[in-house]
Write a protein of this length. Structure first.
Length: 367
């Protein structure tokens, strides 16, 4: 009979920002935590690398040494001759290289006492009455809580839920090795998404992505990225081209059986600009808070997390409404941004506000 390891209060699948955020909160409350991942760090992570000010507020440490650029100047393009330039001294976000950011977050998580095991495959997940059995490679673990922080193609989601995110949106990104001279973060909108130019120290992260599906949406390819880069940089040389899904379908997610999905595993990227890091950090944090609070109050952790999700998914729905206007009616969006809304958004993002707060609403769960 196979021996069952019962040493851990919680097992976190995935060592990215959502998993590490969750681990920090659990360790702070005295929990014994095992983190498992198919990768070791550093690893390549396809991502533009913009971290908003509101996300920085929820990190358990400073990342000043990782910042390559602060987005104090931004340019929004709605077609060839309709552009808006906005600025704020704080900057709306900071630019990092995701590989380095993820490695630093992961190492800081190991420093506080999280155990880590590199794995090949999760074979089985079996909820019991008061615990969960997890078969990983040839090992079996019994834990009270399981957190799926394993990204948009989550194994935990596929095994434990009936969620079927059949309509993920996709993006292509790469690196253009030109010296950062413009110092401007750019968004170029179309009718189903946008392209971006994010400056770093020695290069630009560039990409194109669909964020909504409508009659204008077409399947993207590398050719589209090359065409974009040729137009804006007059070069055909792009390094590290990667295609990746963006999970934006998490508005209906609810948890059960002490199995929690967080970050991209739950489809928590927002639909307006595709931001995922803030949502990963805060969902991981609140999954851990739900676990800790449940033991203090004698309530089900899943019920507490679902209460957070009500507020959180309302925020995601607000982003989706904004996306439908931005991409469905770009000309109207241009004039709205030109006559006040753009400045309101820039000021809000640069002072760490959520979209609800920018729109004059309060959401205590997201602060």
């Amino acid at each position: 009979m196979e021996q069952i390891n019962k040493n851990y209060d919680a097992i976190i699948v995935g060592g990215g920002p959502s998993g590490c955020s969750c681990a920090h909160e659990l360790i702070k409350s005295g929990k014994k935590v095992l983190m498992i991942d198919k990768s070791t760090f550093p690893r390549h992570k396809p991502c533009a690398g913009g971290i908003t000010i509101k996300a920085l507020k929820h990190l358990p440490f400073k990342i000043d040494h990782l910042v390559e650029h602060t987005a104090k100047k931004m340019k929004f393009s709605f077609g060839s001759n309709k552009q808006i330039n906005l600025s704020h001294d704080n900057g709306s976000c900071v630019m990092v290289i995701r590989d380095k950011f993820d490695e630093y977050f992961f190492n800081k998580t190991l420093e506080i006492g999280v155990d880590f095991k590199k794995i090949n495959k999760i074979k089985e997940i079996t909820p019991l009455r008061d615990s969960i059995l997890v078969k990983v490679d040839e090992n079996i673990y019994e834990t009270r809580y399981l957190i799926g922080a394993d990204g948009a193609n989550s194994t935990v989601r596929k095994i434990t839920s009936n969620l079927n995110y059949t309509n993920p949106v996709y993006a292509y990104e790469g690196i253009v090795e030109q010296k950062n001279e413009k110092q401007v973060t750019e968004f170029i909108f179309n009718k189903s998404g946008y392209a971006w130019i994010f400056p770093k120290n020695e290069h630009y992260n560039v990409g194109i992505g669909n964020l909504i599906s409508n009659k204008h949406t077409k399947k993207l390819s590398k050719k589209d990225l090359y065409k974009f880069v040729q137009k804006h940089f007059k070069t055909d040389i792009i390094k590290n081209i990667t295609a990746f899904p963006i999970g934006t379908e998490g508005e209906s997610y609810k948890t059960a059986n002490n199995i929690f999905l967080v970050g991209d595993a739950a489809g928590f990227a927002e639909s307006l600009l595709g931001e995922g890091i803030y949502n990963a950090i805060i969902s991981g944090k609140y999954a851990a808070k739900a676990i800790v609070e449940s033991e203090l109050k004698g309530q089900e952790a899943s019920q507490i997390y679902n209460k957070f999700l009500e507020a959180f998914t309302n925020e995601l729905k607000l982003y989706k409404k904004g996306a439908k206007i931005l991409y469905g009616y770009p000309l109207i969006s241009y004039w709205m941004m030109r006559f006040g809304l753009g400045k309101k958004f820039m000021n809000g993002y640069s002072t760490g506000k959520t979209l609800s707060e920018i729109m004059g609403k309060s959401n205590a769960y997201l602060n």
